[in-house]
Design a protein around this ligand. Structure first.
Ligand SMILES: [Fe+2]
Length: 349
């Protein structure tokens, strides 16, 4: 069975007589391929299917998509062969993915959760955001980011009263040389003291425990928040049921999400984890990095607490500086870390 790659010249759109249904589909944009030039796809076996699916995909004009699909088909077919995938297991997977999609909404992203629990989010993040020594490391976005956080002035609060123990967060955003990054947008979000994000409450009317800040001319930022706590990832849906079958716990250590975006710099999605949390070494979504673990200081000074805008002491102080890399520095790192991939691409062209 021939499975040589096709070229677009070979598959020139030769006029041919077709039925109405076929013609209608072609008129609506379905590719009109000269069938005589395609490999014969009948009687395919476990041995010949993979090469022929790759061959039929090889007319793709987007080289990146063609490459990704070649690898996807190769690995997913090898996976099915290696595990001897049964029809029942294939159907169970289809039903699982269907349920995963059906539970998604504007504020619930079960597919990101699935990617997270598979370690895929952490892997993609690591592949895409390699950092030079000293730069702040990235970590997973998680499923709880929303676009609607309010703008918070310096020193303002992201959390309404009663959402948890007070925490004051401050620091500076700099480049790799230590120069302050002015006008950097910071998105930050966290759970309340019950371990819930605002989006997990029925009837959410506005954002809470999330906010958007901007660094000052020297790169400084500060805001009031609450001390984050460990929490279960949403486990009332398909991903939660799956984790139960795997006998895996569903907990993330306490953390504060932060995302940075400044002109000329690579956007950074990261989080800070609180030292001492019992789940630090077994995060359900593989997001913890040692460089992102921080200590909180408990401050009992009543005057300081009030000056910062808290009703009373105590409050926790989280001091943290961040080093962003420029877009150029990011490109250099990415090229280094994806050298093997680039070599493969060049070999294919
Ligand atoms: Fe989170």
């Amino acid at each position: 069975m021939s499975a040589a790659p096709l070229t677009n010249d070979q598959a020139s759109r030769a006029p041919r007589k077709v039925g109405k249904a076929v013609q209608d589909a072609i008129d609506r944009g379905a590719p009109n391929i000269d069938l005589a030039l395609l490999p014969n796809l009948t009687d395919l076996s476990a041995e010949t299917l993979t090469a022929n699916v790759i061959a039929i995909n090889s007319l793709c004009e987007n080289p990146r998509l063609k490459f990704v699909m070649e690898k996807l088909v190769t690995h997913i077919h090898d996976f099915a062969r290696e595990v001897g995938l049964t029809t029942e297991e294939w159907m169970a997977a289809i039903q699982f993915l269907t349920a995963t999609g059906q539970i998604c909404s504007d504020i619930r992203q079960e597919f990101i959760l699935l990617s997270d629990m598979l370690g895929l989010s952490a892997l993609v993040d690591t592949l895409n955001h390699p950092k030079p020594e000293g730069a702040t490391e990235a970590t997973v976005l998680g499923p709880f980011f929303t676009e609607d956080a309010h703008d918070i002035p310096a020193g303002g609060t992201i959390a309404s009263e009663g959402k948890g123990e007070y925490m004051f967060v401050e620091g500076r955003v700099t480049d790799m040389q230590g120069n302050g990054v002015a006008g950097c947008k910071i998105e930050t979000w966290e759970t309340d003291e019950d371990g819930l994000y605002d989006t997990q409450y029925e009837g959410r009317s506005q954002p809470d425990c999330r906010g958007r800040l901007t660094t000052d001319k020297d790169g400084y930022y500060s805001y009031r928040a609450v001390k984050p706590v460990a929490y279960p990832i949403p486990n009332d849906g398909p991903v939660g049921q799956f984790l139960r079958k795997l006998n895996r716990h569903v907990f993330r250590p306490a953390h504060l999400h932060m995302q940075f975006d400044a002109a000329g710099f690579e956007p950074l999605t990261t989080a800070l984890y609180i030292r001492g949390d019992e789940y630090l070494t077994s995060d359900a979504v593989f997001g913890v990095k040692s460089s992102l673990v921080v200590d909180l200081k408990e401050i009992w000074d009543e005057d300081k607490a009030k000056a910062l805008g808290f009703k009373s002491a105590p409050y926790y102080l989280l001091e943290r500086d961040w080093k962003l890399i420029t877009i150029e520095e990011a490109e250099v790192e990415k090229k280094k870390s994806l050298a093997a991939y680039y070599a493969t691409i060049q070999g294919n062209n």
